[in-house]
Design a protein. Structure first.
Length: 272
């Protein structure tokens, strides 16, 4: 088990700065099942949210919704089995799981609205409560919500439950602003880009601790990435650039692949 005093540190470099050795920092990084929170982490996260949004839309419009949902669920299960089977953070395994969570999370949130007729406001409130329950149970059992404490199977289970719920919540929130509030995709994306700066600035000014700042920003990456992805993909009649969900999905997937390759090389050098 990782000492609790280390779990709130947002990056490996913090361990070094506070008196830990580089060797200890690297050892901590190799023990965790999730990546360190750096700028590239947020870039990869936003890319996966956009890719998940357009890929979900592409599949739902090319196949029957039931088939698309089944494919998304199967891909999610396979990716999570791989993630849980490895003993440490492996970039391509981890980010594949995140991408599949993004695809299925989008489908699940859309199914609640389209299939069950639940308004976006109601689904947003529902997923907000669901996420609060996940966080409550996680903290009650583990006494922390830090992603840098993901060193046990139980903590990893709580983590992925939270990740999946944040994607569903972010999808519902993005649709709420774009459709129900009538802002459209571009305006919604700009709004979420401004909103995501709030926890960053609050943490920088020491007004918000690292863990709540992280999760606040993490939730907002979903509607941020999805709004801009939708804006590029949808028709001009819907306020978009009309590039198509298929091409946008391929471009985003390629960008993710390049970034993950870079992260893999950088990690190998760090652990060497």
């Amino acid at each position: 088990m990782m000492p609790e005093e280390l779990t709130d540190s947002p990056r490996v470099e913090d361990a070094v700065a506070t008196g830990g050795t580089q060797k200890n920092a690297v050892s901590r990084a190799s023990a965790s099942k999730v990546p360190e929170v750096t700028l590239l982490f947020w870039v990869a996260k936003i890319l996966t949210t956009g890719m998940g949004e357009t890929t979900s839309d592409f599949l739902v419009h090319r196949f029957e919704p039931e088939i698309a949902l089944s494919l998304g669920f199967a891909a999610l299960l396979i990716s999570l089995v791989f993630q849980f089977s490895v003993r440490r953070y492996i970039p391509w395994v981890y980010w594949t799981a995140v991408a599949m969570v993004s695809v299925f999370g989008t489908m699940a949130a859309d199914a609640v609205h389209v299939g069950l007729g639940v308004p976006y406001l109601a689904s947003t409130l529902f997923f907000t409560v669901a996420l609060a329950v996940v966080f409550l149970l996680w903290h009650r059992r583990e006494k922390t919500l830090s992603i840098h404490s993901i060193t046990t199977r139980r903590r990893e289970s709580f983590y992925w439950a939270a990740v999946l719920t944040t994607f569903a919540l972010g999808t519902a929130t993005g649709d709420l602003t774009a459709y129900t509030l009538g802002l459209g995709y571009l305006a919604s994306g700009i709004m979420f880009a401004v909103a995501i700066a709030v926890p960053a600035l609050a943490h920088w000014r020491r007004l918000l601790p690292a863990i709540p700042a992280f999760w606040f920003a993490y939730i907002l990456t979903r509607p941020l990435g999805a709004s801009f992805a939708d804006w590029t993909a949808v028709s001009a009649a819907r306020g978009g650039l009309e590039w198509g969900t298929g091409p946008v999905s391929l471009v985003l997937a390629a960008a993710i692949a390049v970034l993950v390759a870079f992260l893999t090389i950088a990690r190998r050098r760090t652990l060497a």
